[in-house]
Structures are given as C-alpha cells and as structure tokens.
Design a protein around this ligand. Structure first.
Ligand code: CAA
Ligand code: FAD
Length: 386
C-alpha cells in the first residue's frame, strides 16, 4: 500500500487549495449571509478544470482520477461547503452519470459545456412525496409513437435547479414495473414545459441554490433518453454511489477547517492563566476530533480507490461509498459541534466561521441518502437481508 499521491493528484490539490483560499474563503461568509449563488467563482472553477475533474479532455474535462476529485473537493469544502455542493453535483451526479451511461454524441452535446464550466448541470430524483423512498416517484414520462416522451410532474430540492442549463431527470415510464419502470432523461431548461419554483431558504449551504422544478407537457426527444427505457433507477443508484464519495469529501474538508481553527484557538485563548488547549477536557476533545477526521479521510480515499477499480475492472463500490459518507458526515457534525464549544461565545458569533461550519455540516447527514439510508445500504449488502 502506498500512501503517497501522484504528481497529477498533488497538482490538482494545489490548484484547488490556491483558488479556495484566495477566492472562496474571503467571500464565503458574505455569500452565505446573502444566500447568493457564487456564479463568477463557479465559472472560474470551470476554467481551472474543477467542474469536470474526471471527465476526459475530449468531453471538456480535466481527465483525472477519482482520488484527484476527492483531494480537490476537500480543499474547496474547507473554504466553503456551498461551493463544494455545486461542484459535487456538477462533477459526479451530472457529468460522471452521463459519462457512464450516455452515448458519444450525447456526451459531446451535454457533458462538454458542463464539464468545461460554461454552463451548470443538475440531477433530479427527489419529489415532494418521495425522497428516501425514491421509487415512489410520480413524475411521468409517456412514450410517443416517434420514440419521444411527454413528461409531467414535479421534482423537489434540486441543487443548482435555479441556474442549471441541463438536468439529468428520472421519471416513471411504466408504473406497474416499479423500480424497473423508471427511465433517465436529459432535460434542457430553456425549452417549453420546464418551470422553476422559488429558491428554498435553508439552514446551511445557503449559497448553493435549490428549488422545486415542474414539467408540463415537456417533450423529450428520442435521442435525449439516457441509457435504456426502464434502466433509470439503476442509473440513479449507480450515480449516487459515486456522488456519496463527493459528499464524504465535502464533510472531510469542512471538518478539517473546523479542526484547524480549533487547534489555533485552543493555543491562543487563555482561561485560568493557561491556554484552554492545555485543559485535559479540551485535549480529549481534540484527540477525538483528530481520530474522527483521519478515519473519515482514509475511508473516503479508500472509497475513491474502490470506485477507480470498479471503473477499470467492473463491479460495485456501494458499501465503500456508504461507509465513507456515513462516517464522514456524522464525524463532521460531531467535529463542528465540538469546535463551536471549544470557541465558547466566539463559536456562536458570525465574526468567526464556526457557526457556519456547524450549520453546513448538518446537510451532509441528509442529502444523497440520509444516515439511516446509508446504514440500510451497508447492512443490506453485509447481511444479504432486507
Ligand atoms: N447500483 C446499481 N443498481 C442498484 C443499486 C446500486 N447502487 N442499488 C440498488 N440497485 C438496483 C437493485 O439491484 C434493484 O434491481 P433489480 O430490480 O434488478 O433487483 C433495484 O435497483 C431496486 O433496488 P432496491 O429494491 O434495493 O430499491 P429500494 O426501493 O429498496 O431502495 C434505497 C433502495 C437504497 C433506499 C434507495 O431508494 C436510495 O438510495 N434512497 C435514497 C435516495 C437518495 O439518495 N436520493 C438522493 C437524491 S440526489 C441528492 O440528494 C443530491 C444532493 O443533495 C446534492
Ligand atoms: P424522507 O425520505 O421523508 O425521510 C424523513 C426521515 O425518515 C429521515 O430521517 C429518513 O432517514 C427517515 N427514513 C425514511 N425511510 C426510512 C427507512 N426505511 N428506515 C429508517 N428511516 C427512514 N434531491 C435530488 O434529487 N437532487 C438534488 O440535487 C438534491 N439536492 C438537495 C439539496 C438540499 C439542500 C436538500 C435538503 C435536499 C436535496 N435533495 C436533492 C433531496 C435529498 O436527497 C432528500 O431530502 C433526502 O434523500 C431525504 O429525503 P426526504 O427529505 O424526502 O426525507
């Protein structure tokens, strides 16, 4: 086993860190406060190759591996979780999903501009009545004589929905078949029949824009079907396995930022004539924070490695991804909680980023499958029982 990164991996990590520290960190609190989408930064991230890291150059991306993606995501999330949410959906749920299941022509048309960062992609699975229970979707696609479909229905909580040019949509085409009756479609948001609802006000990742979307007699052409009819749920689940590694990376970056701030504060802040970091109770917290952070980091890299192996040799990495997402997100919640506590009143103040880290950490336990769903995936895979 070799714990050293390659020159390419270190290079994208350095590019992401430089941009994150110079361009994102200084404005993160302001974008969070205003709940404003950071469009200029996202465009620049696209020019740096950060919006399609694993996409081959012929389709507009940086052509790098899964470890590179994790390293870059950690750096962006350490500066601002919201930027990393937009980056994660664009990279894994949209670009990588299409890379795996779309035709060459579809990739040229729909991946190229999104991986290059000139437009933004989104992923629409959740509906008002169906989140964890994703197959209970009601959005319908009805096949037409010419091979196209007419789509009607709603999707909720769509990250980048307010700004996306293209959306990878999952709709029910044969309700009698349940999970095997779902089909994936490519949606162009400039077409008739596509509508956006209001942007959701949120607890955290406030600069990442999320909204409901609705389809009224939206026409999907035959060459805008992704994969085969009825394959949509497997596509969604396979794409989410990869997406969950992105959320684990996000949680690691966020937790690292909270941890590093805590080390610095515990050294400089004095109480009872000594640094608060010298109290045994603070030291125990710091040691536990460090262990959870390191474990999350290693599990996330292991999941990325498993994904890379699966891409090259076939097979699945669902358990590795769920273990990484569950561990990293619950660790981020715990670490940011302790970080606020160790900062005392300053942890609660908007003068420091700790309260933002704490608010942002919560979403990592909810989206791309809640902690309960990750436990279900892991236990089902381990026991073979349902
Ligand atoms: N890869 C490929 N196929 C898979 C799969 C995977 N990881 N997981 C399941 N499947 C297949 C199964 O093999 C099965 O196929 P067959 O019909 O051939 O047997 C089919 O899919 C149905 O599987 P299940 O019976 O296991 O389905 P289920 O209804 O019990 O649901 C679930 C399983 C794990 C709970 C799933 O519904 C799930 O993951 N729910 C959470 C949804 C989610 O994560 N949403 C995220 C939305 S995107 C988002 O959140 C983005 C963001 O915030 C930024
Ligand atoms: P529910 O499924 O209603 O769950 C409610 C509670 O019940 C949870 O605690 C859950 O864990 C628990 N529960 C449900 N089933 C079980 C079970 N079988 N066993 C034990 N407990 C269970 N979706 C997209 O498609 N695209 C996006 O881009 C996207 N972005 C999002 C961004 C944000 C900010 C948010 C908040 C959500 C986003 N989502 C997106 C939706 C997200 O994936 C869902 O919110 C999530 O999967 C949970 O679904 P739900 O909210 O319907 O909760």
């Amino acid at each position: 086993m070799d714990f050293r990164f390659t020159e390419d991996q270190l290079s994208i990590q350095a590019i992401a860190r430089d941009f994150a520290q110079k361009r994102i960190a200084p404005v993160a609190a302001e974008f969070d406060h205003r709940g404003e989408f950071p469009l200029d930064n996202i465009r620049e991230m696209g020019q740096l190759g950060l919006m399609g890291i694993e996409v081959p150059a012929e389709y507009g991306g940086a052509g790098m591996d899964s470890i590179s993606y994790v390293l870059a995501m950690i750096e962006i999330a350490a500066a601002d979780c919201a930027h990393s949410t937009i980056m994660s959906v664009n990279n894994t749920l949209y670009c990588n999903g299409l890379l795996k299941f779309a035709t060459h022509e579809q990739k040229l048309r729909y991946v190229q501009p999104i991986a290059a960062g000139s437009a933004i992609g989104a992923f629409a699975l959740t509906e008002p009545q169906s989140g964890s229970d994703a197959t209970a979707m009601r959005c319908r696609g009805v096949k037409q004589a010419d091979g196209g479909y007419i789509v009607n229905g709603k999707k909720s909580w769509i990250t980048s929905g307010p700004v996306a040019k293209y959306i990878l949509l999952f709709a029910m085409t044969d309700p009698e078949k349940g999970a095997r009756g779902i089909t994936a479609f490519l949606i162009d948001t400039d077409r008739a029949g596509f509508h956006r609802g209001k942007t959701e006000p949120k607890l955290g990742i406030r600069a990442s824009a999320t909204c409901e979307i609705e389809f009224t007699d939206y026409r999907v052409e035959a060459d805008e079907v992704i994969g085969q009819e009825g394959e949509g749920f497997k596509i969604a689940m396979g794409v989410l396995d990869a997406g969950r590694i992105g959320i684990a990376s996000q949680a690691v970056g966020l937790a690292r930022a909270a941890y590093e701030a805590t080390i610095a504060y515990s050294q400089e802040r004095k109480a009872f004539g000594q640094s608060i970091g010298s109290f045994q109770m603070t030291q125990a917290k710091i040691a536990d924070m460090k262990c959870k952070l390191e474990a999350s980091w290693l599990l996330t890299l292991r999941a990325a490695w498993a994904k890379q192996q699966a891409q090259e040799n076939g097979g699945r990495f669902s358990t590795e991804a769920a273990v990484a997402k569950l561990t990293a997100s619950e660790s981020a919640m715990w670490i940011t909680h302790q970080a606020v506590q160790i900062h005392g009143g300053m942890g609660y103040s908007k003068e420091m980023p700790l309260e933002r880290y704490f608010r942002d950490a919560k979403i990592t336990e909810i989206y791309e499958g809640t902690s309960e769903i990750q436990r279900m995936v892991i236990a089902r895979n381990e026991t073979g029982l349902r």
